[in-house]
Ligand binder design. Structure first.
Ligand code: NAG
Ligand code: NAG
Ligand code: NAG
Ligand code: NAG
Ligand code: NAG
Ligand code: NAG
Ligand code: NAG
Ligand code: NAG
Ligand code: NAG
Ligand code: NAG
Ligand code: NAG
Length: 241
């Protein structure tokens, strides 16, 4: 049984360069295939919509500046839900997401230019960040704050050439291994990494070697001190402990 109500979304003033648009939001627990087929909108807003499931192809050939799927009882992001979606900012916070299938994000392309500014997965129930989820994606800022992340697989952030910020504040990380951040590689711009409010009591001595990290936040963890090696071959300029 699907209860569908229509909600008119008024254009936010902060969304630039697009003439006034309205978009329909559904309040259906399931978003069916082609629910947003070929839509061209400034904002698609599915905030507090009671959404439990997004079916394959629900977002297909969509062009949207800001995609706002927030505060829903949505537990998983599945492969194919987003296919050929041009987008600038994606907000998926507050959804109880614990599963993200590999390739789920590969259907997202930059709305404009070479990068997708923001992907927020804050306030969900993620426990692991798996390798492959972000392979060759073009996100610039990733937000994972307020999840239950205990483990980040080595290479999880591999080949993300546009990445400038990773927020992992308030999770359950206990150690930082070598290989997790190396794949960020060296690049012309620097990265802000915030690991504060975790349970980190061990950092591999070479965990940050050969990375472009510039600002590192480690406040509110269980760290005793640092060896000199931690910051060997890095460009870390600001460290907060
Ligand atoms: C919104 O949905 C209504 C009813 O399904 C439809 O008539 C209308 O054209 C839709 N508006 C947009 C902007 O898609
Ligand atoms: C999308 O809408 C904008 C604003 O109305 C328009 O300029 C643009 O050409 C449209 N793009 C497509 C692919 O329809
Ligand atoms: C998402 O939509 C809600 C309701 O309109 C709004 O309050 C919130 O600011 C939106 N979030 C973003 C990031 O645009
Ligand atoms: C959608 O449904 C949920 C749960 O029934 C309700 O809490 C929410 O206010 C509704 N949202 C809108 C935009 O109608
Ligand atoms: C992607 O979607 C756009 C409409 O937003 C469409 O013009 C284009 O042909 C689609 N590309 C592919 C490869 O399907
Ligand atoms: C997330 O799950 C918790 C309990 O499992 C529930 O209380 C909460 O309402 C859910 N959040 C949403 C946005 O559905
Ligand atoms: C798209 O990019 C161009 C060139 O970088 C910029 O002038 C324009 O403001 C951008 N438009 C939007 C909607 O961000
Ligand atoms: C992602 O990249 C890694 C390292 O290059 C590779 O081992 C893995 O197979 C890729 N995974 C996916 C899902 O593309
Ligand atoms: C950093 O780069 C050097 C030179 O390529 C290499 O020998 C070293 O193993 C790298 N360190 C890490 C932690 O990958
Ligand atoms: C640090 O920055 C310098 C100058 O920009 C650059 O040559 C070097 O490769 C960077 N080191 C790392 C580990 O990214
Ligand atoms: C990290 O996030 C915390 C909590 O939001 C904030 O107080 C702190 O200033 C941030 N640290 C850095 C280095 O940005």
């Amino acid at each position: 049984m699907l209860e569908v109500t229509i909600l008119v979304v008024v254009l936010c003033a902060s969304v630039p360069h697009i003439s006034s648009h309205t978009a329909n939001s559904t309040n259906s627990s399931v978003l069916e295939r082609h629910a947003f087929f070929r839509r061209n909108e400034s904002v698609i807003n599915l905030d507090h919509s009671g959404l439990e499931k997004i079916k394959r192809g629900a977002f297909k050939d969509v062009r949207v500046y800001r995609l706002n799927i927030t505060n829903n009882p949505l537990k998983a992001i599945k492969k194919g839900a987003f296919a050929n979606v041009s987008v600038h900012e994606i907000f998926l916070y507050g959804n109880n997401i614990s599963l993200i299938e590999p390739d789920s994000f590969h259907g997202f392309h930059p709305y404009n230019g070479s990068k997708i500014l923001t992907l927020s997965l804050a306030n969900n129930k993620l426990e692991v960040i798996k390798t492959g989820i972000f392979n060759n994606t073009r996100f610039s800022r990733l937000f994972f704050n307020n999840n239950k992340i205990k483990y980040i697989e080595p290479g999880a952030f591999g080949k993300m050439k546009q990445l400038t910020q990773i927020d992992l504040v308030n999770n359950r990380l206990e150690k930082i291994d070598v290989g997790v951040f190396q794949n960020l590689g060296r690049r012309s711009f620097s990265i802000l990494l915030n690991l504060s409010k975790n349970r980190i009591n061990y950092i591999h001595p070479y965990a940050f070697e050969n990375t472009s990290l510039a600002v590192l936040g480690l406040e509110n963890n269980g760290l005793d001190g640092f060896e000199e090696n931690y910051f060997k071959n890095t460009n870390i300029s600001s460290l907060y402990i």
